[in-house]
Design a protein around this ligand. Structure first.
Ligand code: ADP
Ligand code: MG
Length: 285
């Protein structure tokens, strides 16, 4: 997304987006963002945060500290009371309403409660996401089976959500969020309703997606998962960033090495592994 210059304002009056070492704008940049809900509750208090393309970032903190509020600001479901939110260098607070669908096409979202359409099959849930984006029938027929293979659900194409386990339902919602390969994926407590074994499967999937170059931001309560994944951790407390730690990650790890290590460190068996054909998903990486 290019940042269009506004002719009626001098460049020097506008705060310029921060540039990273590669010279590009961060994919996410929040500057002194405050969010006060109607009624007066301050959910975010001068939050500043920059996330570069390709990063994997955990967002943690106690219930009510503002994590979901922060996520909603990034898709402009909410507007900042003060401060600026930039996505790929563009101030989305100033974006006209008609540009918001385009913004959201570039951001996949996954939620704790899956948000699947109950009266549609796995295939149709994912196909619907592409239809909404205006994809052609041929693209849909090609991309839906491919993404469902990536998440290990090739054998469940014709199942309905209530015929799937929680982990499988969450994998459908990840498939739906990622089917058009957006550069940014936001997941708000994706494993909040899942057992530890299944949660590792979902994290492994997000890790695999991150390896394709997509920036991934994951809200979670799972401290053990965060510690073991060794990725950047941003912690909120009462609406403020109280920690932002880049942890030494195993950047060269393959997805299967990652899955094996996570299961070993968390002391669980192999059942959480999505049943994928290794050849198929390596092709997508
Ligand atoms: P978290 O996701 O970290 O649990 P939230 O971002 O959902 O926290 O909420 C942060 C704070 O803002 C909480 O105190 C919550 O009660 C309050 N809050 C969230 N949504 C609204 C709303 N729509 N109206 C008023 N207050 C809200
Ligand atoms: Mg929340």
């Amino acid at each position: 997304m290019a940042l269009r210059k506004r002719k009626n304002k001098k460049a020097s009056e506008e705060p310029q987006p921060r540039r990273n070492r590669k010279g590009g704008a961060p994919i996410i940049e929040m500057r002194d963002v405050t969010k006060v809900y109607p009624g007066g509750h301050m959910a975010l208090d001068r939050v500043s945060l920059a996330i570069d393309r390709g990063e994997f970032v955990f967002l943690v903190g106690p219930t009510g500290c503002g994590k979901s509020t922060l996520i909603k600001m990034l898709i402009r479901e909410l507007k900042a009371t003060e401060g600026s939110v930039r996505i790929a260098g563009r101030d989305i607070g100033a974006m006209p309403e008609k540009k918001i669908p385009q913004l959201r096409r570039n951001i996949g979202t996954v939620f704790q409660d899956f948000k699947l359409l109950p009266d549609r099959t796995v295939y149709d849930n994912v196909a619907y996401a592409l239809q909404v984006l205006g994809a052609h029938r041929g693209e849909i027929r090609r991309q839906v089976p491919e993404i469902l293979r990536l998440v290990g659900l090739s054998t469940k194409l014709h199942s309905y959500p209530d015929e799937l386990s929680g982990g499988e339902q969450q994998r459908v919602s990840v498939a739906r969020a990622f089917v058009n390969h957006p550069p940014l994926l936001l997941a708000d407590e994706p494993s909040g309703n899942l057992d530890p074994v299944t949660s590792i499967g979902v994290m492994q999937l997000l890790y695999r997606i991150n390896k394709t170059g997509t920036t991934v931001v994951v809200v979670t309560h799972d401290r053990e998962m965060v510690d073991n994944m060794r990725r950047r951790v941003v912690e909120l407390y009462e609406g403020r960033v109280v920690r932002d730690e880049v942890s030494g990650g195993y950047t060269e790890e393959s997805t299967s090495e990652f899955g094996l290590r996570m299961r070993a460190e968390m002391g669980v068996g192999a059942q959480g592994e999505p049943r994928t054909n290794g050849h198929d998903h390596e092709r997508l990486l």
